[in-house]
Design a protein around this ligand. Structure first.
Ligand SMILES: [Fe+2]
Length: 183
């Protein structure tokens, strides 16, 4: 499975720039998590990159979102572990999180939004000027980026990571692709 081929398919299925950036950010965090946990960086990264490929095709209908995504991922060559993680990142299907890959995608997904929001309130709106401690503070302010599900992010504990470590790892990963994110 080649990242370039995956990107071509994503670009034909995703028009919204912010959604594309969210998928790239999720990929970056998933790669960093895999590295940290000694897992397959390419497998985890591509799972993150692909996870919302069907969001526009399903019109955000949560009863079909991620089912179609898992099928599209399989067609692109994703293995069953990847397809499964994509399927169960949407809780609407009632498929439990079992593998580390499932759990990683589930907690990485909402962290991207919290970090992007933390960058957008900086005077220069740049990820480079965001500090992990300010993201951790924002995590505790429930009204800040309220769409970034805190309980879901906190499930990094299932991977044996402290919340602070997870936020630091996620921020650093996203700072590494700041240009792609336009932040
Ligand atoms: Fe997502």
């Amino acid at each position: 499975m080649l990242r370039e081929e995956v990107l071509v398919s994503i670009k034909t299925n995703v028009e919204n720039e912010n959604l594309l950036k969210h998928m790239l950010a999720t990929e970056a965090i998933m790669r960093a998590l895999a590295k940290r946990l000694g897992e397959d960086e390419e497998e985890w990264g591509l799972t993150g990159l692909l996870h919302d490929i069907d969001m526009e095709l399903t019109g955000g209908d949560m009863s079909s979102h991620s089912k179609l995504g898992a099928d599209l991922a399989r067609e692109l060559g994703a293995n069953e572990a990847m397809a499964r993680a994509i399927l169960c990142h949407n809780e609407a299907h009632g498929v439990s999180l079992e593998t580390k890959l499932d759990k990683a995608l589930f907690c990485a997904d909402p962290l991207t939004g919290l970090i992007i929001a933390a960058a957008l309130v900086r005077p220069d709106k740049k990820l480079a000027s965001v500090e992990a401690k300010s993201v951790i503070k924002k995590f505790k302010e429930k009204s800040f980026a309220a769409g970034a599900n805190r309980e879901q992010i906190a499930q990094c504990s299932e991977l044996g990571l402290e919340l602070n470590e997870f936020i630091e790892l996620g921020l650093e990963a996203m700072q590494g692709i700041a240009t792609d994110l336009g932040l």
